[in-house]
Design a protein around this ligand. Structure first.
Ligand SMILES: O=C(O)CCC(=O)C(=O)O
Ligand SMILES: [Fe+2]
Length: 285
């Protein structure tokens, strides 16, 4: 009698291995249910080899997109503090891949408070850019409310924009206006990428205003009592939201292999305010 090694049998063998059963035990079980020794051995070996091979296959394909220059702070000498234009800023954490740097004291408490008070009367339920149409939409993934300032809107904005430009070596003109977000209790921003998806039909129109986004600076304007960290799920990183601190990250192509997937974790107690600065490849008009 010739016995067929079916896909179901292969799946069963993989399930046994995953459940931690030793090959001898799996073989014995197959023999007990009527499989001949040679076929059972052959099925085990070929199935498990295929399974091991599939685990070793790279899951991220090389991106077909060219890398571009990105903002980058001058950290070669591993400074503990940096002079960012008018202000001394602390370097609290750096990561290479994804490129993430956490800064302490990028904003003063007064600057945080002023940004909140200027934004508060102008808040609306957050919209995200809809890459399908190039317009904006209210997005269920983002339960915060927010607004955009114009670039250089007040002396305060200009001061902060100049500081960020000096910190990450990127022209003020390439920056979008500051975005302010307010998250109430329970609100979150589910993991996303900040670059515009090249596959979406609305993206070419968006890119006409200064090209892709290549970097982000998220500044914490208050300290939520609990929750509200900025998470990077690809690498298990969570940045604590602390008033005046900021997290910077860059992405040299609009591809998930930059590992810059990130989100705002739910606020568990209190509220959370952030200012986000997005940096474009070219002059943002
Ligand atoms: O609120 C946060 O921590 C993240 C905000 C964010 O991802 C964004 O503004 O694009
Ligand atoms: Fe984001």
């Amino acid at each position: 009698m010739s016995q067929q090694i079916t896909p179901e049998l292969r799946q069963w063998i993989i399930d046994q291995a995953r459940a931690g059963h030793r090959p001898e035990a799996v073989l014995a079980a197959m023999r007990a249910s009527g499989w001949d020794e040679a076929t059972a051995m052959e099925a085990m070996e070929s199935t498990l080899q295929g399974f091991i091979d599939s685990l070793q296959k790279p899951t991220v394909q090389p991106a077909p997109l060219a890398k571009v220059a990105v903002p980058e702070p001058a950290l070669e000498s591993r400074p503990s503090t940096m002079q960012a234009g008018d202000r001394q800023v602390q370097v609290l954490m750096t990561m290479e891949n994804p490129r993430v740097v956490v800064f302490g004291g990028l904003l003063s408490d007064e600057e945080c408070d002023q940004l909140i008070e200027l934004a508060r009367p102008r808040l609306a339920r957050s919209e995200t850019v809809d890459t399908a149409t190039g317009g904006s939409e209210v997005n269920a993934a983002r339960t915060s409310s927010g607004m955009f300032f114009g670039r250089g809107e007040t002396a305060l904005h200009r001061r902060i924009e100049e500081r960020i430009a000096a910190l990450v070596n990127w022209p003020v003109e390439n920056g979008e206006g500051l975005q302010i977000l307010r998250y109430g209790p329970g609100a979150e921003y589910r993991p996303h990428h900040d670059y515009f998806d090249p596959e979406q039909p609305g993206t070419p129109a968006i890119l006409q205003r200064g090209g892709q986004r290549v970097g982000t600076v998220v500044m914490y304007l208050n300290t939520p009592a609990q929750g509200g960290g900025t998470t990077f799920p690809d690498v298990g990183l969570e940045v604590a939201p602390f008033k005046g601190n900021a997290v910077f990250f860059s992405y040299e192509r609009p591809h998930p292999d930059t590992r810059t997937l990130h989100g705002g974790a739910p606020v568990l107690d209190g509220e959370k305010w952030v200012a986000t600065k997005w940096l474009r490849e070219r002059v943002f008009v």
